[in-house]
Design a protein around this ligand. Structure first.
Ligand SMILES: Nc1ncnc2c1ncn2[C@@H]1O[C@H](COP(=O)(O)OP(=O)(O)O)[C@@H](O)[C@H]1O
Ligand SMILES: [Mg+2]
Length: 254
């Protein structure tokens, strides 16, 4: 739920790629330990918004971002530690991104990079993250096999375990279930409900029902503008403030 000090505060955020503006000055806050849903059809600017928050937008040289994004009150554009920011804000992409390593090393990689070397500590972290991602029981007997040999749904859970290995404070999920079966999707949704006790989750999805099941509040983004942002009970009700929201969440368009 939103408290006096939001985890993330976005103020008048504009983003353009070259001359084409794709986010048109949007403002909103995300509370601590909130599951914040971002819904909207393709090309609405959902992924671009996530990239502004963790500054992976820097990898697009033609992108121009103006306005303010505060994480814990700190302006992401002024931070001196962009790597620290990206560790703090984990990102899970639509398709699993596996490192060509064993299951164990996929999860141990980031902790090793920040200096964790004791085997007992790494073992504990690997077990914890794989358990949090609901994958431990399926892989605990074959941690030394390649992550890329897992099924698609397992690889996506491995991707989530790897994102968690950075011990993020915010986890951004960008259409995480696009390539996985409904049973695995439901298992991951259960995982997210558990995780929200510890972290803030931004759930970008074009699956309206997924946002409805999981989010506390949902923001309907359309063509780079916020159509409506409210508690789920309002957004998914028969009477959201905007007719366009009603039509989108009830499948009349989109
Ligand atoms: N790297 C890029 N260069 C140029 N245009 C981009 C780039 N990334 C996204 N866009 C454009 O920005 C708009 C929003 O895209 P995106 O953020 O991917 O939307 P969504 O995630 O909602 O599908 C689209 O018009 C898309 O073509
Ligand atoms: Mg996208």
């Amino acid at each position: 739920m939103v408290t006096a000090a939001p985890k993330i505060s976005v103020q008048d955020l504009r983003l353009a790629f070259g001359a084409k503006e794709v986010l048109h000055g949007i403002s909103f806050d995300i509370g601590r330990n909130e599951i914040f849903g971002v819904i909207g059809p393709a090309q609405s600017g959902k992924t671009s918004l996530l990239r502004c928050i963790n500054r992976t937008i820097d990898f697009s040289p033609d992108a121009t971002m103006t306005g303010t994004v505060l994480v814990d009150g700190e302006d992401v554009r002024k931070t001196r530690n962009v790597y620290g920011l990206r560790r703090k804000i984990g990102m899970v992409a639509p398709l699993p991104v596996g490192l060509p390593l064993t299951i164990y090393e996929n999860v141990a990689f980031a902790p090793r990079c920040v200096g964790v070397s004791a085997k007992s500590e790494l073992d504990g972290l690997v077990e914890k993250c794989l358990t949090q991602a609901a994958l431990w029981d399926e892989v605990k007997d074959r941690l030394d096999s390649l992550g890329t040999k897992l099924s698609g749904g397992q690889q996506q859970r491995l991707t989530i375990a790897r994102a968690l290995s950075h011990q993020p404070e915010v986890l951004c999920l960008d259409e995480f279930s696009i390539a996985i079966d409904p049973v695995t999707t439901m298992r991951i949704e259960d995982v997210l409900k558990e995780l929200r006790k510890d972290i803030t989750i931004i759930l970008v999805t074009n699956l309206v029902q997924q946002a409805r099941r999981l989010a506390d509040r949902a923001m309907f983004l359309w063509n780079g503008d916020i159509v409506e942002l409210d508690r789920n009970e309002v957004i998914f009700s028969e009477q959201p403030a905007s007719r366009k929201t009603y039509e989108y969440v009830h499948g009349i368009f989109g």
